[in-house]
Design a protein around this ligand. Structure first.
Ligand code: G1P
Length: 316
């Protein structure tokens, strides 16, 4: 039973320390690359996508991270563990740069893993974290959404939770053609700049039924009340237990805010966006950028030159 709260309720929320990272999806959009490799381990330049997500959580002060994984996800566990032989070999060579790169993932936070068992949807994956999270607010970060490391979205969401209690979702305005790919929020203005009150949510609506152009992107700060709701949430869209459906119910009893994000987000679950992400981040890397950009310029010039469609070789 959820106790109704008014917007004027003084915040009583303890600091958020735990993050949940659902990582049990099959990654079918990237087959065959994801046949034996979890999609979360696909490299974005030279780090697996999921490491960016864990780094983002750690940068926002979350020091306890629970990965909700599935079968064939051993590589994720190994990545965030020590690699004894590799570390010894690098130490023996005095290769401290690579040694740090190998050790960093295990040092980011206390990382725990549980398995989802049956892939019953995102809501179910979050429900699997119930025992680990306990009666505390917590963050959820979806691995397909990379938020640029220079952004402070998650910290802002944690502030909103601290100020208002309840739950907080990240929202981004998208075009009507895109809204069916996301959870969509009905919103009202709030007194805080860049923050809205969420009055309803619907998972992947057709554009004619979308209550707004605000899409839910993969960052949430949730009140533990969500677990009780998820427990009785029936399968929704796609026959899966949807987190959006639980948040829709929560929004009718409790406070749900949305932080409107206008910064850089990369959808690495989409092939074209994945490629754009790798290129953009590679260009921005001081060690790779200058050489890569020079090559890229030549490549694009060759693409634009007349005749390349006739099979001319592009920039080497
Ligand atoms: C999930 C959520 C959806 C949200 C999206 C953000 O969908 O169910 O509400 O908008 O993540 O990336 P998925 O992309 O996993 O199908």
């Amino acid at each position: 039973m959820i106790t109704p709260r008014s917007a004027a309720t003084p915040p009583s929320s303890p600091a958020v320390r735990k993050a949940v990272v659902p990582a049990a999806g099959l990654g079918t959009r990237f087959l065959p690359a994801t046949k034996a490799t979890p999609k979360e381990m696909l490299p974005v330049v030279d780090k697996p996508a999921i490491q960016y997500v864990v780094e983002e959580a750690a940068a926002a002060g979350l020091d306890d991270i629970l990965m909700v994984t599935g079968r064939h996800k051993r590589a994720i566990e190994d990545h965030f563990d020590h690699a004894f032989e590799l570390e010894q070999a690098l130490a023996a060579k005095g290769d401290t740069v690579r040694l740090d790169a190998v050790r960093d993932p295990a040092r980011l936070a206390d990382i725990h893993h549980i398995r989802q068992g049956d892939p019953l949807g995102l809501g179910h994956a979050v429900l699997c974290a119930r025992r680990h999270v306990g009666d505390q607010p917590f963050a959820v970060l979806l691995g397909d959404d990379l938020i640029d490391p220079r952004e402070t979205l998650l910290s802002r969401m944690l502030e909103v939770r601290e100020q208002h209690a309840g739950s907080v979702v990240a929202l981004m305005e998208v075009s009507p053609e895109q809204i069916h790919l996301y959870g969509c929020a009905a919103v009202e203005p709030s007194a805080d700049a860049g923050v809205v009150r969420v009055t309803g949510l619907v998972e992947k609506p057709p554009r004619e039924h979308a209550p707004s152009s605000y899409a839910v992107i993969g960052r949430y700060v949730l009140d533990p009340a969500v677990f009780g709701v998820l427990d009785r949430t029936p399968p929704g869209r796609g026959g899966e237990i949807q987190l959006t459906d639980a948040l829709q119910e929560l929004a009718t009893h409790d406070i749900v805010h949305g932080v409107v994000f206008t910064g850089l987000r990369y959808d690495t679950g989409d092939k074209a966006d994945y490629l754009r992400t790798v290129v953009r981040l590679a260009c921005e890397r001081p060690d790779l950028g200058p050489e890569f950009i020079a090559w890229l310029k030549g490549f694009v010039a060759a693409l634009e030159s007349p005749g390349h469609e006739d099979g001319e070789t592009l920039a080497a």
